[in-house]
Structures are given as structure tokens and as C-alpha cells.
Design a protein around this ligand. Structure first.
Ligand code: HAM
Length: 430
């Protein structure tokens, strides 16, 4: 009986994993340019970490977390995102005492029990960045520049960075109240979900996907019109830097983000190739979070990109192909052991070798070699074994060099021998 995978949990097969590795490498390269260092945190945390940080009226906490009771009765959760865990680790290890500013990145799986569709899974991977310890507008701009450079390095098709400000503790309460009053006056036109959220989390009104709610809230007040002077100055300063650096962003006054910890600068990235799940990434500032999770008064800002969505929206030819073997060894008859011995020596010397199993005809070996894409096939049959020299087939020029390479060569000598064969004029080839 076959046992299928769990709904929303996907395998990444070799065809696609090349793109994943490439994405990770590009990201690491860009992070190094910005002096970010990697942090690795567990995928399981205490449930309260997420309820307290993400917010208990968010979709994630209300209905998407994989929570379970551990054997000792405690409630644990597979992380739905990275920020809460990073901040927990930051507080737990008192990183603020080691360095005034921490610039961190992370890669790894996250879990949300959403309805699966294209670009939306229950296990998905994020590449994320968190900068802790700075609250100035320049760092917000720098984080957006980093995001912009990363999208370029990943060759994402038509990315667009959308920007908003979500205000702070000084100006948001009054705005919240204004939005709540606005929604209250239109309660009958709102979906059940939004009606329920009016009291506890009115900002979510702006985020509802239902067309009725969208129509009813088309002229809802927006945070940008309610910013206090410091939030306004901060937002203007962020935009001024982005302008100066020539990074185009689009103001999106209705964007509120799906997690509650944000304040001031918030942003999302949309791109081509994603259908209705068009956000490849999102992030923003979260100045109260470290304190809420038991740490000091440390501001933070960051973002995360979804790897599955990056794969869908990157240029088709962006990632290279995996490196083909440099040589393919085809043992015939009883030569398997000697072939393995030579392959082992050459691999230890840094040569990429594909070793075919013995007991096959030369024809079927050549078929395999063709598929493997190696430029040289080294044939080891009875005659070659007796002469302790392999026959080389140059797959590009389609010519054979009979017993041309000594079986006992070192890896370096093998490379030199193959290079020499390639330089021989055609007519001298056997
Ligand atoms: P988020 O917007 O919830 O933010 O997720 C970031 C990205 O993760 C999304 O834009 C999307 O690409 C990907 N993603 C989310 N859910 C799924 C899913 N079910 N299937 C596939 N991809 C998904 C955060 O998680 C914040 N922690 C970002 C952040 C970091 N804010 C500050 N620092």
C-alpha cells in the first residue's frame, strides 16, 4: 500500500531543488554584502510565544497554527513564522548585551494550516532578515534596499515593493477608533468575519478579501492620514532615502499586514507568476515586540520571503543546472572493482565522476553516459583491464582514443591527459 504525503506538505524534487539551492546561495551572498549573520532557531516553540507576538485575533493564531500537547501537558506549536522565535532567542541569550545592533538572517520551514493552492502550502520555507537595536529611518530604508537588491539578484519577474506606515502607540489608537466607527456604521455590509473583528482588530477590515467588504470599505480612513508628527517624519525620511537611491516603491495605504506586531514602516513585495497569492514577501518594523517578549526596549525591523513563491516568480533561466560529471566511467564485464578503485582516487582528487554499474552492454552504458552529460566516457573492458589503460570517448567530438589513459593516474594527471587528448588534431585520433 502506498502512503501519500500529507496535504499541503510538498516534496522538492531534484529538478526544482537546484533552484532552491541557487536561491539560498544568492541570498547568502547578498546578506554578506550587508553584514548579516545567520541565526538558526528551533521549529517548535511554546504556543504562547506566537499567541503573544503575532496576536490572538490574527488568522494565523485563530486558525492556522499546528499546535499540540506535549507528553508533559505543555502546549507546543510548529512555528508559523520566524520573527517571534528570533526575538525569543535574542531575549533569551541577551544578545543586546553583546552588541548594540544585531543583523540576522535565517532560512527554514514554517507551518500554517491554510487552504493549499498554488503558492500556498502548509509547510513552506522562508528566507528572513531581522535587524534589532535601531529605530532610525535610515535602517528602515537600508532594509528595503537590501530587499530590493535581493529581488534583483534572484531575478524575480516584475517585483513591486508596496509601502505603508502603520503608525505607533501614539497615533494608532485614535485611528483604530476612527476605523472601528467607520466599520460599525456599515456593519450590515460586512462579512461575518469582519463583523466579529470590528471590536478586537478593526485594522483587519482593510485586509479582507471578500468583494462585499472591499466595496463597503473602499473609502475607509487610512493610517497615512492619521500619522502623528514623529511617525510622519519617520515615514517621509524613509521615502526620501529610497527616492535618492532610485528605488521605486508604491504607497499602499490599505496594506495592514497579517501579523499584529508591526508599527510604522510596513511593506510587501508582489511579483508576477503567483496568481491570487501574489505576495512573495513582507515585513516591517516591530518596536514593541522585544519588550512584549520579556526583553528590553529594543526596536526591530525585518522581512521574510517565501521560497516556494520565489521559485514561481523568478525568471525561467535564472538558476543554473546542476554540475554534470566531468567523466563517466563505464566498466564492462569483470572490471567493476578496478573502476570503483580508480573512481574513488579521482573523486578524492576533486574530479566529478559518475560510475556506472557493471554488467551492461557498451550500448546501454553509452545511453546512460549521454544522459549524465559528461564530456568524457572512460571505458574499462577486458582489453583495457589487461593493458591497465582506459579507452576515452570524447562525447563532444564523438571520437575514441583507444587505451589512452592509464588506470593508475592521479586526478591531476588524469585532467592533464584529457586536456592533451582534446588538443590532438582530428586526423591523429585513433
Ligand atoms: P508573512 O507576510 O506572514 O510575514 O510571510 C512572509 C512570506 O512568507 C509571504 O509573503 C509568503 O511569500 C510566505 N508565506 C506565508 N504563508 C505562506 C504559505 N502558506 N505558503 C507559502 N508561502 C507562504 C512573516 O512571516 C513575518 N515574520 C515577516 C517579517 C520578518 N516581519 C518582520 N520580520
Amino acid at each position: 500500500m502506498k502512503i501519500p504525503s500529507v496535504k499541503g506538505f510538498h516534496d522538492v524534487l531534484p529538478d526544482e531543488s537546484v533552484r532552491w539551492s541557487w536561491i539560498e546561495q544568492q541570498a547568502r551572498d547578498v546578506f554578506a554584502l550587508y553584514n548579516l549573520v545567520e541565526i538558526r532557531v528551533p521549529i517548535v516553540e511554546r504556543t504562547e510565544l506566537f499567541t503573544r507576538s503575532i496576536g490572538d485575533t490574527t488568522d494565523i493564531v485563530e486558525k492556522e497554527m499546528y499546535s499540540f500537547e506535549d507528553r508533559d501537558g505543555s502546549s507546543l506549536t510548529l512555528r508559523p513564522e520566524g520573527t517571534a522565535s528570533i526575538v525569543r532567542a535574542y531575549v533569551e541569550h541577551a544578545l543586546q548585551q553583546r552588541e548594540p545592533v544585531s543583523k540576522l538572517f535565517y532560512l527554514g520551514p514554517m507551518f500554517r494550516r491554510e487552504r493549499p493552492q498554488k503558492g500556498r502550502l502548509r509547510q513552506f520555507a522562508q528566507i528572513g532578515v531581522e535587524v534589532l537595536g535601531r529605530d532610525d529611518a535610515a535602517i528602515d530604508a537600508e532594509v528595503v534596499l537590501l530587499l530590493h537588491d535581493l529581488l534583483a539578484a534572484l531575478r524575480i519577474r516584475n517585483p513591486r515593493i508596496e509601502l505603508n506606515s502603520l503608525g505607533d502607540a501614539a497615533c494608532r489608537p485614535a485611528y483604530r477608533e476612527a476605523l472601528r466607527a467607520f466599520g460599525e456604521a456599515r456593519r450590515a455590509q460586512l462579512c461575518e468575519n469582519c463583523q466579529r473583528r470590528l471590536e478586537r482588530n478593526p485594522l483587519r477590515l482593510l485586509d479582507c478579501k471578500s468583494s462585499e467588504c472591499r466595496a463597503a470599505t473602499a473609502d475607509a480612513p487610512v493610517m497615512l492620514d492619521h500619522l502623528c508628527a514623529p511617525c510622519r517624519a519617520h515615514f517621509d525620511a524613509v521615502r526620501a532615502v529610497l527616492d535618492r537611491e532610485g528605488v521605486a516603491v508604491r504607497l499602499e495605504p490599505r496594506m495592514v499586514r497579517g501579523l499584529d506586531y508591526y508599527c510604522r514602516t510596513a511593506f510587501e513585495v508582489v511579483a508576477e507568476g503567483l496568481g491570487s497569492q501574489n505576495a512573495v514577501g513582507g515585513g516591517g518594523r516591530y518596536d514593541g515586540l522585544v519588550k512584549d517578549l520579556g526583553g528590553g526596549n529594543v526596536p526591530g525591523i525585518g522581512f521574510a520571503l517565501g521560497v516556494e513563491r520565489l521559485v514561481l516568480s523568478m525568471a525561467d533561466d535564472a538558476a543554473g543546472r546542476p554540475l554534470a560529471p566531468e567523466i563517466f566511467i563505464a566498466p564492462l564485464g569483470a572490471a567493476e572493482q578496478e573502476a570503483l578503485h580508480a573512481a574513488h582516487r579521482w573523486r578524492r582528487g576533486g574530479v566529478r565522476v559518475e560510475l556506472a554499474p557493471g554488467g551492461k552492454s557498451l550500448k546501454s552504458q553509452m545511453r546512460l553516459a549521454d544522459k549524465a552529460g559528461a564530456p568524457y566516457v572512460l571505458i574499462l573492458g577486458e582489453d583495457e583491464l589487461a593493458a591497465k589503460a582506459l579507452t576515452v570517448r570524447d562525447m563532444v567530438a564523438k571520437r575514441d582514443f583507444t587505451r589512452a589513459v592509464d588506470l593508475t593516474l592521479s586526478a591531476d594527471a588524469l585532467r592533464a591527459a584529457l586536456a592533451q587528448l582534446a588538443q590532438q588534431p582530428m586526423e591523429q585520433r585513433a
